[in-house]
Design a protein around this ligand. Structure first.
Ligand code: SF4
Length: 465
C-alpha cells in the first residue's frame, strides 16, 4: 500500500457536529422524531459530538438505532432513568425554567460517578504541597499528562469514562496549561519511565501545539517511553493522512523515535468497522512508518462490541494492520454504566471464545481487565472446584508493585460486573487483600474473633472501584 495521501475519499477538513446540529443530522439521515428527541434530552447531560467521517463512513444508518457505531456515539434512551428523562423534558420545554434545568443537569451528572477509581482524590500528584493540575500518578513508572488543549475528541463515545472532561464543568476537568509542572515533577521522580499523554484526545491538537507539549519530554533522560492515548485513528484518521499538518505530525513522531525512545500510540478501537476504511488503514501504516508502535485497547461494551465474532474480527484486523491487540477492558462504573455493562462471567466467555480463534501472534490481547482503584485486575478464567466455582484473578498492575503478577480467587457470581462486587477466597494472601480492598484483614480478625468467614463483598471496603 502506498503511503501517499492522494486519491482518498473523505479528505475534507474536520468539522464537529454537536447538539446544535442535531436537526441537520436527523434530517439528512431520516432519524425518527422519537430518536431525535432522546438524543436531544440525553445530550443535555452527557457529551455528544460526531463528525462527517463518523457519520458517513462508520455508521450503518439502515441499522439505526441498534447499529453499534450509532450506539457508540449517539446518546440513547435508557442511558438516563425514565424519571430523569421526564424531568429534563419538562424543564427544557419551558424557557422560564433555565436555572431549574441547569440544576437538574448538575444533579444527574453528580449521580453518574464522574471520576471513577478515585482519580480525583488518589492519583493527583503534588509538588511543594500543592496539587499539580492536569496530571495523574497511579503506578510507580507511569505518569498521565492531560494537556489542556487536548481535552476534547474528534467524536465522543457514549460510554466514555472521562465524559466529565467534556461537559464544561471546571471542577470535573483535568488539564495542564503547559508541560512545566510535568517536567519539574519528572525531575523529582526519576523512577518514572513512561509518560502517557492523554485527554480527551491529544490528537485533537494541532501539531504545533503537540510539539510544545511533547518536545520538552525529550530533554528528560529518564523518560524512555512516550505513550499517546488516542481514538483519532478510528474517528478522524485524516489526522495522520490528509490534515494540513499531518506530515509535520509524522515528523514529530520520527523525532521522538530517533532519540531511541519508544513511541507507543495507544489506539482505541471499539468495533472492527473502524478498521475497515482505507483512510484508517492508511493512517496506521503512516504511523508505523515513523517507528511508533500501535497498541490497541477498548472496553467491552454491551450493544457495541459484546459479540465474540466482532471481538475476534477486531483483534484480527488490528493484527493484520501491524498493530498490537493489547487490552479488552471492563467498562467502568461511570456515566450510563447500567446501559453498557457486561457481567464479568459473560465477559470471560466472550473473551475466551474470541481469543481461541486468533492466530498465535494476535494473542497479545489481555482481558477482561478491570482498571480499578488498586490497579489493573485481569479475570483469567473460571474454575470449578469441590469448594465451588471461582473467578481466577491476577493483578496486572498495582499501586503496590509487590502484588503484581500474583493470582488470587474470588467466588463466582454470574451478575457481578466489577471488582467490588466480588468476595475473595478466604485463603487470599493478606497483602493482596490489603491491596485490593484497602483493608487489613488480620487486624480486623484480631478485633472481631467471629471473623472466620471469607472476605466479604469488596464494596464494604475502601474503594475497589
Ligand atoms: S475518544 Fe476516548 S476520551 Fe474521547 S470520548 Fe471516546 S473514550 Fe472518551
Amino acid at each position: 500500500m502506498s503511503l501517499l495521501a492522494t486519491d482518498l475519499v473523505g479528505t475534507g477538513r474536520f468539522r464537529a457536529y454537536g447538539p446544535r446540529q442535531l436537526d441537520e443530522i436527523a434530517d439528512r439521515y431520516g432519524l425518527p422524531t422519537e430518536v431525535r428527541e432522546t438524543v436531544r434530552l440525553v445530550s443535555l447531560v452527557l457529551p455528544f459530538r460526531v463528525n462527517e467521517y463518523v457519520l458517513s463512513e462508520l455508521i450503518d444508518w439502515d441499522r439505526v438505532p441498534d447499529d453499534p457505531m450509532f450506539q457508540l456515539v449517539f446518546p440513547q434512551r435508557g442511558m438516563l432513568s425514565e424519571q430523569d428523562e421526564r424531568g429534563l423534558a419538562a424543564l427544557s420545554a419551558d424557557p422560564g425554567t433555565k436555572a431549574g434545568l441547569r440544576s437538574l443537569v448538575q444533579q444527574i451528572r453528580g449521580r453518574l460517578n464522574p471520576h471513577p477509581s478515585g482519580q480525583k482524590e488518589l492519583n493527583v500528584p503534588t509538588r511543594d504541597g500543592a496539587p499539580l493540575p492536569g496530571m495523574q500518578h497511579k503506578y510507580r513508572e507511569t505518569v498521565l499528562y492531560f494537556p489542556s488543549q487536548g481535552q476534547t475528541c474528534h467524536a465522543y463515545c457514549t460510554y466514555c469514562f472521562r465524559w466529565a472532561q467534556f461537559v464544561g464543568d471546571a471542577d470535573l476537568r483535568f488539564a495542564a496549561p503547559d508541560p512545566s509542572g510535568l517536567i519539574a515533577y519528572l525531575g523529582d521522580h526519576r523512577d518514572v519511565t513512561d509518560v502517557l499523554v492523554t485527554g480527551g484526545d491529544p490528537m485533537i491538537m494541532t501539531t504545533e501545539r503537540l510539539v510544545n507539549h511533547l518536545e520538552p519530554l525529550l530533554g528528560v533522560d529518564t523518560v524512555r517511553t512516550v505513550r499517546i492515548g488516542t481514538k483519532s485513528v478510528a474517528y478522524w484518521p485524516q489526522r495522520f493522512v490528509t490534515d494540513p499538518d499531518a506530515d509535520d505530525l509524522l515528523r514529530l513522531f520520527e523525532k521522538v523515535t530517533a532519540t531511541g525512545r519508544n513511541l507507543a500510540v495507544m489506539a482505541h478501537f471499539s468495533h472492527p468497522r473502524e478498521l475497515r476504511t482505507d483512510m484508517a488503514r492508511r493512517a496506521l501504516a503512516r504511523i508505523r512508518s515513523t517507528g511508533a508502535v500501535v497498541y490497541c485497547q477498548a472496553p467491552l461494551i454491551a450493544r457495541v462490541n459484546d459479540d465474540a465474532a466482532d471481538l475476534a474480527a477486531l483483534w484480527r484486523a488490528e493484527h493484520a494492520a501491524g498493530a498490537v491487540p493489547y487490552y479488552m477492558f471492563v467498562e467502568r462504573d461511570t456515566g450510563p454504566y447500567d446501559y453498557f455493562k457486561v457481567p464479568l462471567a459473560r465477559a470471560v466467555d466472550l473473551f475466551q471464545a474470541a481469543y481461541r480463534t486468533l492466530p498465535g501472534l494476535a494473542r497479545t490481547v489481555r482481558g477482561p481487565v478491570m482498571s480499578a482503584t488498586p490497579g489493573k485486575v485481569v479475570v483469567d478464567g473460571v474454575e470449578d472446584t469441590p469448594e465451588g466455582r471461582f473467578f481466577q484473578l491476577r493483578m496486572l498492575q498495582a499501586r503496590q508493585p509487590a502484588v503484581v503478577g500474583r493470582p488470587f480467587r474470588a467466588f463466582h457470581d454470574p451478575a457481578a460486573a466489577w471488582l467490588d462486587e466480588l468476595r475473595l477466597h478466604p485463603d487470599t494472601p493478606a497483602d493482596i487483600v490489603r491491596a485490593v480492598t484497602g483493608h487489613d484483614r488480620a487486624a480486623e480478625a484480631a478485633e472481631d474473633s467471629d471473623d472466620t468467614a471469607d472476605t466479604g463483598p469488596l464494596a464494604v471496603a475502601a474503594g475497589a472501584r
